[in-house]
Design a protein around this ligand. Structure first.
Ligand SMILES: NC(=O)c1ccc[n+]([C@@H]2O[C@H](COP(=O)([O-])OP(=O)(O)OC[C@H]3O[C@@H](n4cnc5c(N)ncnc54)[C@H](OP(=O)(O)O)[C@@H]3O)[C@@H](O)[C@H]2O)c1
Length: 103
């Protein structure tokens, strides 16, 4: 997953990668939620903005199902511990990405 301390979360479900991440699947099972819902919930609990992409109506509906539960501090810490730094990045680094072409 690619996420920053604040702001927005790019590829917020790691382009599907969270589906097979054991830490997230275990938390999802405990919360009776799905892995994408857990990952998205974690982002919004940190104050990030999320734009999960899906062309699948059932997944779009699923991805909105994150406002009726919460992750406790232990869950939040366990997911944060998955951070692989630059090795886990799925896109450009938003801290260094040149958003505006030089004029
Ligand atoms: N400007 C940039 O440089 C930049 C960089 C990265 C991302 N983004 C944007 O950020 C948005 C999201 O990023 P992303 O597409 O890279 O990654 P993402 O949202 O983490 O993952 C999208 C993938 O996950 C699948 N998916 C979505 N919901 C799911 C669910 N509930 N269960 C299982 N699979 C699910 C989608 O499949 P289906 O569509 O087949 O359902 C798609 O293959 C996109 O709009 C992207 O354009 C922009």
């Amino acid at each position: 997953m690619s996420w920053s301390a604040t702001g927005n979360a790019w590829s917020p479900i790691a382009q599907g990668g969270v589906l097979e991440e054991p830490t997230i699947t275990q938390i999802a099972e405990k919360a009776r939620k799905t892995p994408p819902q857990v990952a998205l919930r974690r982002h919004i609990q940190r104050g990030a903005i999320v734009f999960p992409k899906s062309v699948t109506p059932s997944r779009m509906k699923e991805n909105f199902g994150l406002f009726d539960f919460g992750l406790d501090p232990g869950d939040m810490d366990a997911i944060s511990a998955l951070d692989r730094g630059e090795d886990g990045r799925t896109g450009p680094n938003p801290d260094t990405f040149a958003r505006v072409p030089p004029g």
